[in-house]
Design a protein around this ligand. Structure first.
Ligand code: DX5
Ligand code: ZN
Length: 220
């Protein structure tokens, strides 16, 4: 069973036909569904909350990878967990009690991830890396779909994979933002194993084909 996962981000889907869009990517072979939650404070956009996640939960079996780009996430861990999140990723830049936050996520039965903005150094992970299931590296600035991939961040993926391997840990590295046919192979080679693919899938005519082509690039 490969550990490489494709996680289409629904922010790039046609939100007027979300149920159909989710069904198409599920049938098209997506591994997870990436749900971008933004509050207009940490991230400059406002997207969706727990009520939407529970609606999505009711129409798909895909693991829900909930990306919390929100201030003070502690107050929303329980609602998102009850809504059906499988993985919850918090933004390290706004977590003043990160160890407590991770404990709360795991206590609720979710896998716990920490997300770093492009300019946030890997050193922030020193005190928490042994406690988490995934690190999400934003390859664009938070807030929007369809942004240009910041190629200079590939070596951040490489350094993170080295940091994880040196500790003998089994932690997913999720590359999030601007992932496409042009860069997914390089990002996989650098050590990422989960790939958020918003525009790369939802802007394609044939989602199944787009997912297959992306998977073909990461040899799984
Ligand atoms: C950006 C989000 C990403 C984004 C991915 O703040 O966290 O998940 O929606 O969309 P694409 O793949 O279009 O960059
Ligand atoms: Zn995201």
């Amino acid at each position: 069973m490969s550990n490489k996962k494709l996680a289409p981000s629904i922010l790039s889907a046609d939100l007027t036909r979300l149920a159909e869009e989710i069904k198409k990517v599920e049938e098209g072979g997506a591994d997870w569904l990436h749900i971008d939650v933004m509050d207009g404070h940490f991230a400059p956009m406002i997207t969706l909350g727990p009520v939407f996640v529970s609606a999505i939960r009711s129409i798909t079996k895909l693991p829900l990878d909930v990306h919390l780009m929100i201030d003070n996430p502690d107050g929303f861990i329980e609602p998102f967990s009850e809504a059906g999140a499988d993985i919850m990723v918090v933004s390290v830049e706004v977590c003043s009690h990160l160890h407590y936050t991770i404990q709360c996520i795991k206590k609720g039965g979710c896998k716990a991830g920490v997300c770093l903005n492009p300019a946030t150094p890997l050193s922030v992970l020193e005190g928490i890396i042994e406690d988490i299931d995934m690190v999400t590296l934003l390859m664009v600035n938070p807030g929007f779909k369809g942004q240009k991939f910041i190629s200079g961040l590939i070596n951040k993926v490489q350094k993170l994979r080295k940091m994880i391997d040196e500790r003998g840990l089994q932690i997913d590295i999720e590359a999030d933002g601007g992932i496409s046919q042009d860069n997914i192979a390089q990002v996989a080679k650098a050590g990422a194993n989960v790939f958020v693919t918003g525009t790369a899938v939802f802007s394609a005519n044939d989602y199944k084909r787009a997912i297959q082509d992306l998977r073909g690039q990461i040899k799984v």
